[in-house]
Ligand binder design. Structure first.
Ligand code: SF4
Length: 353
């Protein structure tokens, strides 16, 4: 099962905000995307559309960052439903992190308790953008949407597990919920549990900057626990002047801003692209946090970068950047209680002075 097209599931019913209107006006088919980018004469136009495997969803704010008439644009390749998704590559499966198996899948939907001190709440059933490499592209989201009862269950669960000090909101896209819903949830978590921080994993802010509303600022600024916002930006071309302005505004809400990227073939698997991404993130007030090796999800094998190439790229980043701008190169492995750093194989005796 795949996630559906964009729906702000937890709207409070108040009048739609501009970001919600922008969502409804986004691109919803491969043809629409390629027409918009003036790629009617490109060979990719004739390729079989893989949107039936995972719907095409691209907000115009993201599409506007893609260079027109450029079939190999690194932002386009992240969202283009390619016929290569039909290839059944060995080792690439629907649930690469075993999140849907009984031992990982808490009976307390929508909560995943994979790490001892952290729980993850799958907050929404959809995304503002559908990234073709997404490891949850087959995730049965509808089983995980929390209603009020689900939230009560989460709070009850946290009372019974005092070792949990951090709640992570993930998705889908957690910031598809409106500010009213988000405010109620976060305040309930802060007031009724002992958690000491909240982390939000969101691609929304970079693909739809209008989501950074004054109410969202206010909420983050007034919560009694620190908020860590982990953005998901894979290429420096995603960071434009508007985004820099928005993130600088957000910083004034006392947030910690981190970024995670996925290493993707033909998109960001060049050292100069990764170095430029780190520099651009820093200009936007965001620190690089993780560079993920691809999760082996069915339909995404064409994005895979070998471990050996990934290590080489990171070594070059270490040479070219200060340490605080070098993300950790990691892989997530089903059943492990943390992400696994890829050993770079650098021995002290091999370091040249
Ligand atoms: S925004 Fe995140 S969860 Fe949504 S499709 Fe992209 S990678 Fe997957």
């Amino acid at each position: 099962m795949h996630n559906d097209a964009i729906i702000p599931f937890f709207s409070s019913g108040l009048q739609s905000e501009s970001w919600q209107k922008q969502l409804t006006q986004g691109i919803k088919s491969k043809k629409q995307l390629l027409d918009y980018l003036e790629l009617e004469n490109s060979s990719i136009y004739a390729e079989i559309d893989a949107s039936e495997l995972f719907p095409t969803v691209v907000p115009l704010t993201f599409a506007n960052k893609i260079k027109k008439t450029t079939p190999d644009d690194p932002l386009l390749l992240q969202v283009l439903a390619s016929e290569r998704e039909f290839i059944q590559a060995e080792g690439f499966v629907e649930d690469p992190l075993s999140e849907q198996t009984p031992q990982q899948n808490s009976s307390l939907h929508p909560l995943l308790h994979k790490y001892e001190s952290r729980v993850l709440i799958v907050l929404t059933a959809a995304c503002a953008i559908n990234c073709r490499y997404c490891f949850r592209r087959h995730f049965p989201y509808r089983d995980y949407i929390p209603g009020q009862k689900g939230i009560d269950n989460i709070i009850h669960y946290l009372h019974k597990h005092p070792s949990v000090n951090e709640v992570i909101l993930s998705g889908g896209e957690p910031l598809l919920v409106d500010d009213h819903y988000l405010s109620g949830l976060l305040k309930a978590l802060c007031q009724q549990t002992e958690i000491s921080r909240i982390r939000i994993h969101s691609r929304m802010l970079s693909v739809l900057p209008a989501r950074i509303t004054p109410t969202l600022h206010q909420l983050f600024a007034t919560l009694p626990v620190p908020v860590i916002l982990v953005t998901h930006i894979n290429h420096g071309q995603e960071i434009d002047a508007e985004l820099i302005k928005k993130f600088k505004e957000l910083k004034s809400s006392n947030l910690t801003l981190l970024n995670q990227s996925v290493l993707l073939k033909d998109i960001n698997d060049k050292s100069e692209v990764l170095v430029e991404l780190s520099e651009s993130l820093f200009k936007a007030g965001i620190l690089p946090y993780y560079l993920h090796q691809l999760d082996a999800v069915a339909g995404a094998a064409h994005f895979n970068v070998t471990d050996s190439k990934a290590r080489k790229l990171l070594k070059i980043m270490l040479e070219k950047l200060p340490g605080f701008l070098v993300p950790k190169l990691v892989r997530e492995v089903s059943g492990f209680s943390s992400k696994i750093p890829l050993d770079l194989g650098i021995e002290p005796q091999n370091i040249k002075n």
